[in-house]
Ligand binder design. Structure first.
Ligand code: ZN
Length: 69
């Protein structure tokens, strides 16, 4: 299911995590050459991707929300 990005945070390892509107978290790592998301490195790039829809496998699987508040 496609869900829009509404925010970001860093995990304990310093990798960026997107917070989706459905309440699930999804890593948006930039680890070339395997995962190329150069936009996640800069604040401007991240802001440009707010509202972009990612495929949320957790929704498809019916996983409980990651967001606790
Ligand atoms: Zn979801």
């Amino acid at each position: 299911m496609k869900q829009a990005i509404k925010a970001y945070h860093l995990d304990e390892e310093g990798d960026w995590v997107a917070v989706l509107v459905c309440g699930h978290f999804q890593h948006v790592r930039h680890k070339p050459p395997f995962i190329n998301r150069p936009w996640v490195i800069t604040e401007e790039g991240r802001n440009n991707m707010l509202g972009h829809r990612l495929n949320c496998k957790k929704c498809d699987l019916g996983v409980a929300k990651d967001e606790t508040n």
